[in-house]
Design a protein around this ligand. Structure first.
Ligand SMILES: [Zn+2]
Length: 155
């Protein structure tokens, strides 16, 4: 009889995310439909962001793959909101930049804008049959960190 070896498998905090690439591609298609063609997945500590006029989307993987998908959907939510507003002002760049400046200045408007982008993001995920478990927990976590961010503390 040989030695019986019991392998201790260390449980990871997060379950593996098997369909990351597939889901990421689905969201890339959604981005392309709106004209956003430069999409980068970033591995460093920087945060996700979107450049509406330059048509760039940067997605951060720092919180994990599932979270990167949630963030991607959220950024697409921002894109949807932006496109609607841009249409409303007849594509006037100065007006839209002024509007966004005002949103960023007001904590209330900023948080409403954030929440709306999360809601749009959730809808995009559900339309693409992408897993949404843990979505709102993560969304609230992100909203909280915005809420506590330095630039709102002085007010
Ligand atoms: Zn946002």
């Amino acid at each position: 009889m040989g030695v019986k070896v019991t392998l201790m498998v260390k449980m990871k905090n997060k379950p593996e995310y098997h369909s990351f690439e597939k889901d990421f591609n689905k969201l890339c298609n959604e981005a392309a439909k709106m004209g956003y063609i430069y999409i980068r997945l970033i591995n460093d500590k920087s945060t996700s962001s979107v450049g509406h006029l330059s048509r760039n989307i940067f997605i951060s993987k720092k919180d994990g793959e599932q979270e990167a998908i949630f963030q991607f959907s959220h950024e697409l939510g921002h894109c949807i909101r932006f496109r609607k507003r841009f249409k409303k002002v007849n594509g006037n760049k100065e007006t839209i930049l002024e509007l966004y400046k005002n949103i960023k200045k007001s904590k209330l408007l900023f948080m409403i804008d954030e929440l709306e982008a999360w809601v749009e993001g959730y809808i995009i995920l559900s339309k693409n049959s992408i897993v949404r478990k843990g979505f709102w927990k993560y969304a609230i976590h992100c909203m909280k960190s915005h809420f506590n961010s330095e630039r709102f503390k002085k007010k």
